[in-house]
Design a protein around this ligand. Sequence first.
Ligand code: ZN
Length: 284
Amino acid sequence: MPLQIGPWQLDSVHGGSFRSDGGAMFGVVPRVLWTRYVEPDQRNRIPSRCHCLLARDGTHTVLIDTGYGPKCPERLRELFALEPGNPLLESLQKLGVSPEQITHVVLTHLHFDHAGGGTLRDAQGQLQLAFPQARYVVQREEWLVATSGAAEVAGAYPQENLLPLQQHGVLELLDGPAEYLPGLWLFPTGGHTQGHQVVLFRHGEAGALYPADICPSSLHLPTMWCMAFDTEVVQTRRAKRHWLELAARHEWWVIWDHDPQQAAALLAADGKREFVVRESRPVV
Ligand SMILES: [Zn+2]
């Protein structure tokens, strides 16, 4: 990183490290298989990171996903070993970007580790926008599920991450795929959540794909290696295969959202693991 796709400069931005249960991260894959690739701690957690993506084309300053943010309750902080402070804002500062400069926040979906950093609490404890000049963009389907209050999904969507976006009038809801800005495409995939979307930058032959949680890391390349959090796992498998095939064939960079070691990779088709990393960029 950074990658350049036409006018877009892409920088991986650290949204915070965390540890997540290995079983939850690999779904139906037996522990004896995934422990060949990653070693869990005493609580069966494996290291993970939130990689957000900063995309700048000279006119727009777009942040894709926001990490878990600074306001998670202590119970979650302990469970997931969340990093203290506000790693996202610190990482942006290192790139010379202030919160006020962000023009768009694109959310792949609304789980806490993707949408939590979009809002914060001020000194009085009031919820505020972390990026006050930005419009926040998400698929309508995702928003409707996340704010439905339905018992079966309520735990996945803390409302403190969502309601301020509506209250401040900064929310933009999309209905399906779109070239949202020139060269920046959004494609709904479903699978991980009902309204999950991936982000694709394209310019001529060059491309970069942010598959978000349909393929969160280089360990998730095989079709069957999906997270237990997926609401419709067969659709995740289908969408992952579709997008990884395109990325391998067109030699697009794949930018991970949760890989502990790599920020981005180029893929090759592989007889055994389906896809393998043939070149990667380390996390910064
Ligand atoms: Zn995630």
